[in-house]
Design a protein around this ligand. Structure first.
Ligand code: URA
Length: 436
C-alpha cells in the first residue's frame, strides 16, 4: 500500500476502505506521510467528500493513533459536552459543576482559545493557582473523589489529529464536515464518557455558517458516536452574536459565577441549563421535566457553586474565589450607539477584537491577558438610542486595533428576524430532530 495511491483514489472521488484509511492515518502519526501528502489528502476529502463509513473508519484510526484515557474503576455514569467553538461561551464552567452536583460524573478534557474563540482551560487558569495539566492519575483520583475535573488532554492522545489539524489550519481545509467530525469525535472517543453532548454552532462566529450545514455535521458526529458504541446527542445552536454578555477570560468567569449564583439569566444560562437537562436526563434515566427541575434546584440551593469551589480547590486554587469577582484591566474604552435603531452584533468581530486587545491568541502559544475583556451593554436585536452604551472594552496594551475591530462588530439598522438559539436537537438514535 502507498500513501500516494490513497490520495489518488480520494482525488478521483472514490470511497476508501477501512484498511486504506487505517494505513494513511498510521503514516500521519508515524511521519511516513509528508505534510504535502496530508494537505493533498485533506483537500481531496474536502472537495470530494467522504462517506459516513469512511468518516467512522478515519475517526477510529485516529483514536488508535494514540493512548486512550483509562476508565476509572469507580461506579457512575460519565457525561461529556463539546462545543465546536464560540465567543462568550462558558457553558462548560456552568455545566460541569451542575452535573457533578447532581451525581453525574464529568471527566472533562478541554482546550485553549485560538483565533476568535475562547478556551475553557484559559478560563480555569483565571483562578489563581489552578492547574489544568493534571496527570492521568491526578485526574482520575479527583473525578473519583469529587465527581469532576477539567484538564487538558495529554499530547499522547490522538496524535494523528494534532498533526493533521496543524496542516489543515494552514491549507484552508478546516471547514470540511467529515474532517471536522472525525477530528472532534476522535478526541471524544479517546476519553471514556458514556453520554456525549455535542454543541454544534452555526452562524457568523462558527465554522458552519448555516444551520443546515451544522445539522449535517451534528448528524454525522452522532452516527460516528453511535457506531463506536457511545450514547451521543447533539444540539445545533446559534453563534451569530456572542452567547453571553462578556468576552475575555476573567469577564467570562465572572458571568458564569453570576449564573451559578442565580444572579443572572440570559442566553448563556438558558443554553447551559438546556445542555445540563439533556445530559442529566440521559445519564440518570429520568424524565426531562424532572431533570430540568433538579438542574434549577441545584443552582438555587448553591450546591452547584459549592461543587465548582471544590473543583477549583482540588486543582490548586482557592474554593472561596467562586464567591468573588475576578479583576478586570484598569483601562476602559466605551463604544456608544451612533444612531437609533436595531442592533446587530458580530460574534466573529468581537472575538477577534478581544484577541487583538490581548485577551486571546492569534497563534498557538501566545500568552493571554486574563484581565482583558469586552462587556456588552446591549444584546443582539435590541432597539438602541443614539448615545446608548453598546460595550465597554477593558484593556492593558495599546488598544487601537482592538477598538477598531470592536467598533466594526456593531451595526445599527432595521429589525431582522433573530435566528433561534437552539435550532434543533438530535437524539441518540439520530431520529428526533426538533426545530425550536
Ligand atoms: N475543532 C476540532 O477539534 N477539530 C476541527 O476540525 C474543528 C474544530
Amino acid at each position: 500500500m502507498r500513501v500516494y495511491d490513497i490520495i489518488d483514489k480520494k482525488k478521483k472521488g472514490e470511497a476508501l476502505g477501512e484498511d486504506e484509511i487505517a494505513y494513511f492515518i498510521a503514516r500521519v502519526a508515524d511521519g511516513g506521510a509528508t505534510d504535502s501528502q496530508i494537505a493533498a489528502f485533506c483537500m481531496a476529502a474536502l472537495l470530494n467528500g467522504m462517506t459516513d463509513e469512511e468518516c467512522f473508519f478515519m475517526t477510529d484510526a485516529m483514536v488508535r493513533s494514540g493512548e486512550c484515557a483509562p476508565r476509572p474503576a469507580g461506579a457512575g455514569v460519565y457525561a461529556d459536552k463539546h462545543s465546536t467553538g464560540g465567543v462568550s461561551d462558558s457553558t462548560t464552567l456552568i455545566l460541569v459543576p451542575v452535573l457533578a452536583a447532581l451525581g453525574v460524573k464529568c471527566a472533562k478534557y478541554s482546550g485553549r482559545g485560538l483565533a476568535h474563540t475562547g478556551g475553557t482551560l484559559d478560563k480555569m487558569e483565571s483562578f489563581a493557582g489552578v492547574r489544568v495539566d493534571l496527570t492521568p492519575e491526578e485526574f482520575e483520583a479527583q473525578v473519583e473523589k469529587i465527581g469532576a475535573a477539567i484538564s487538558g488532554q495529554t499530547a499522547s492522545v490522538v496524535p494523528a489529529d494534532k498533526r493533521m489539524y496543524a496542516v489543515r489550519d494552514v491549507t484552508a481545509t478546516v471547514d470540511s464536515i467529515p474532517l471536522i467530525a472525525s477530528s472532534v469525535m476522535s478526541k471524544k472517543l479517546a476519553s471514556f464518557a458514556d453520554v456525549i453532548l455535542l454543541d454544534v454552532k452555526y452562524g457568523d462566529g462558527a465554522f458552519m455558517k448555516t444551520p443546515e450545514d451544522a445539522e449535517k455535521l451534528a448528524r454525522l458526529m452522532v452516527s460516528v458516536g453511535r457506531r463506536a458504541g457511545r450514547r451521543t446527542l447533539a444540539a445545533i445552536t446559534c453563534m451569530d452574536a456572542p452567547l453571553g454578555d462578556n468576552i475575555g477570560c476573567n469577564a467570562e468567569v465572572n458571568e458564569a459565577l453570576a449564573i451559578l449564583r442565580g444572579e443572572k439569566r440570559n442566553d448563556l444560562a438558558d443554553l447551559s441549563f438546556f445542555h445540563c437537562t439533556k445530559l442529566a436526563c440521559a445519564a440518570l434515566g429520568i424524565a426531562e421535566e424532572e431533570a430540568r427541575r433538579r438542574v434549577e434546584a441545584c443552582v438555587r440551593s448553591g450546591a452547584a457553586l459549592e461543587k465548582f469551589g471544590q473543583i477549583i480547590a482540588a486543582q490548586g486554587g482557592n474554593a472561596e474565589d467562586v464567591y468573588k469577582s475576578l479583576p478586570l484591566a484598569k483601562n476602559s474604552f466605551v463604544i456608544k450607539a451612533a444612531s437609533d435603531g436595531y442592533l446587530h452584533l458580530s460574534a466573529l468581530a468581537l472575538g477577534k477584537a478581544c484577541a487583538a486587545l490581548g485577551g486571546g491568541r492569534t497563534k498557538e502559544g501566545d500568552s493571554v491577558d486574563h484581565t482583558v475583556g469586552i462587556l456588552l451593554g446591549k444584546r443582539e436585536g435590541a432597539y438602541v438610542k443614539k448615545g446608548d452604551v453598546l460595550a465597554e472594552l477593558r484593556y492593558a496594551r495599546a488598544p487601537e486595533e482592538g477598538i477598531a475591530l470592536a467598533q466594526n462588530a456593531f451595526r445599527i439598522g432595521d429589525k431582522i428576524e433573530k435566528h433561534p438559539l437552539i435550532y434543533a436537537f438530535v437524539g441518540e438514535k439520530g431520529d428526533n430532530v426538533c426545530s425550536d
